[in-house]
Design a protein around this ligand. Sequence first.
Ligand code: HEM
Length: 421
Amino acid sequence: MPAAPSSDIPLFDDNALADPYPLYERLREVGPAVRLTRYGVWAIPRHREAEAILRNPDAYGSEDGVALTTLANTQILTGTVLASDAEQHIRLRRVLSAQLAPRAIRRLVGVVTARAERLVEEHIAEGGFDAAALAQHMVSDTVMELMGLPEETREYLLTGAAATFDVFGPDNERYQRALPVASRMVEFLHEAVTRETVAPGSWMGAIFQAVDEGRMEEKAAIPLASAYTAASMDTTILGITEVIAQLARHPRQYEQLRREPAHATSAFHESIRLEAPIQGFGRMVTKTVEIGGVRLEAGEQVWLLYGSAGRDRLSWGPTADVFNVRRRRADRHLAFGGGPHLCAGIPLAELQARAVLRALATRCTRLTIAGEPVRVLNNLLRGWGHMPVAVEHAPRAVSRTADDATYVRTPANADEQGAIS
Ligand code: HEM
């Protein structure tokens, strides 16, 4: 066996979080598994090996392995869908699988499209808008409605979700600040979310129903709810903000999207390939394995760098750093994970992104960055908290306000409507 490659790069310092790509490139050059001496884990910076690990849950478990600290793994995340394996994972994942399946999400097309059109019209009315505010409005309205949670939980969920992702990281200052915020969110959910306060027929209603039918334990209900809300809010908000920013920076790509609105979904995938909203997650090695000639023993931890895998030239070729809405099979990226823990919310994330992009493409001939964006610094999340964008209105912009669920056929959604009729 060759000597184990290692690196002492400070992957979670502010400078690294602001621009991790040079560090990722160094790690990819060092090898497919690189010991990060500061954090005691093996970084997996290349696409191929990260994907193989995701697809091998027998050797790489999520239980006690998704976060970087023992406290988060054994006390905060234990028993959640994300941090469970095998039978328990299947049982928890099944609770909401009917609600998240593509068929169920297709039924939401009308409501989500109408919401995107209304919000885009409101936000672009003055000629400029904050893409992060638009995305937050869009996603939090959708998630609150689907989850059926009482309105007073919205603020807790929005601040608590980002804190939850900080808690997945190493025990740094950011982690220490986030711990009380994340636990306050869970405490508040325990108080505010009951069978009486959730909307009938909602996702939360389905969780309580699963408890009542003996398919899961009562004590798992709120952790499951917070996992779903944390997983679905910031990730999608950051993903939608980023794709708008990419289109504003690349006017030709935006023109391409306007010409062929069917590229909206691939534009979204391409954008999260380049800028994964979740930069990494861990796995626990459960039996002796070998990665690129390096032996890892049970009890060691790997850190899958989704954000680095998306830039890996070995998998994406010489244009790995380029934003191209027509890239073939951009959806092979690992920004949604892979294997049994593959993101359960892909159809919903895609639907919301597509609806916003098409609403913009119909109404604006050009987007440009119109000020200084503000980056979110988080141990796991990557994206923008503020992204000022100026628009040029299309000459015959549709000025319809859709405050109900009526789905009106526009050039931008015509092919989608065909698909569901
Ligand atoms: C751009 C948006 C999103 C991104 C980038 C994203 C990313 C991810 C990633 C990387 C994982 C895999 C975790 C792992 O490796 O263990 C994951 C899992 C998950 N996601 Fe998403 N997600 C997004 C949107 C959503 C939405 C809208 C939902 C809606 C409910 C959702 C629900 C979940 C759930 C429940 C899991 C856990 C699945 C499991 O452990 O079996 N996500 N997501």
